[in-house]
Ligand binder design. Sequence first.
Ligand code: LP5
Ligand code: MN
Length: 240
Amino acid sequence: MATLFISDLHLCSSRPHINRLFIEFLAGPARQAEALYILGDLFEYWAGDDNLDDAFNAAICAALRTLSESGVRLYFMAGNRDFLAGADFARAAGLSLLPEPAVIELHGTPTLLMHGDTLCTDDNAYQAFRTEVRSPEWQQTFLALPLSRRKQQIEALRCKSESQKRSKPIEIMDTNSDAVLRALTLHQCTRLIHGHTHRPNHHALVIDSVPCERWVLPDWYETGGYLTCDESGCRQIMLA
Ligand code: LP5
Ligand code: MN
């Protein structure tokens, strides 16, 4: 049985085509899998678990829970869009929250899982922002705001982020190769799977004479896709 990986779906009610594709994926290929790992940015953004009763969020969580109740193990690692998803979200969706990074023994290969944003070490403005918003103090203050104010602030931030991204050199929004080497070496893994950069690919690399590989997951914009791994290795499948 295979283990599947997805990330960067950026689900929101205004993209019905992708929502349909995701629901079909959950009822189709994901049902045949041993486990499904969601490596961040499942949602366009997550303003806090007190937004679980929103009809769209509730429908996505219910679809995930149905998969989990069918016997497929479900894991979620937060991305830069949905790092405020917590224990109530996990319960509603029937999944286990993973720390970042996480190391798993994937069909015999020590595999490092990340969202991918921490590998973009040349994007100094983003990394400074990330350090601030990932601190427990910042999150406690932010989550104490009314939900409507949090959403307004996130939407203002989204605009700022989009305008800053337009003026950033394209290379700094990709992974830094030393950061990739350091991560694989530190965690003693020969395979890395991550998303975030929206540059799906398979990279072969050699570290201290050991062959290693890095899989970058596709986003779900025009279409979606997933990585499937078993004893024979991994391959990327794009959905029509
Ligand atoms: O997400 P993506 O791939 O488009 O871009 C990311 C980086 N941008 C972000 C911002 C998120 O998209 C916004 C949604 C987050 C919701 C989280 C909820 C809690 C936070 C709420 C805070 C109010 O992550 C982008 C990277 C890009 O990936 C590629 O790696 O470049 O980074 C940026 O553009 C960030 C800027 O460089 C720095 C922003 C400084 C903002 C300063 C605070 C402004 C507060 C505004 C609200 C009042
Ligand atoms: Mn991301």
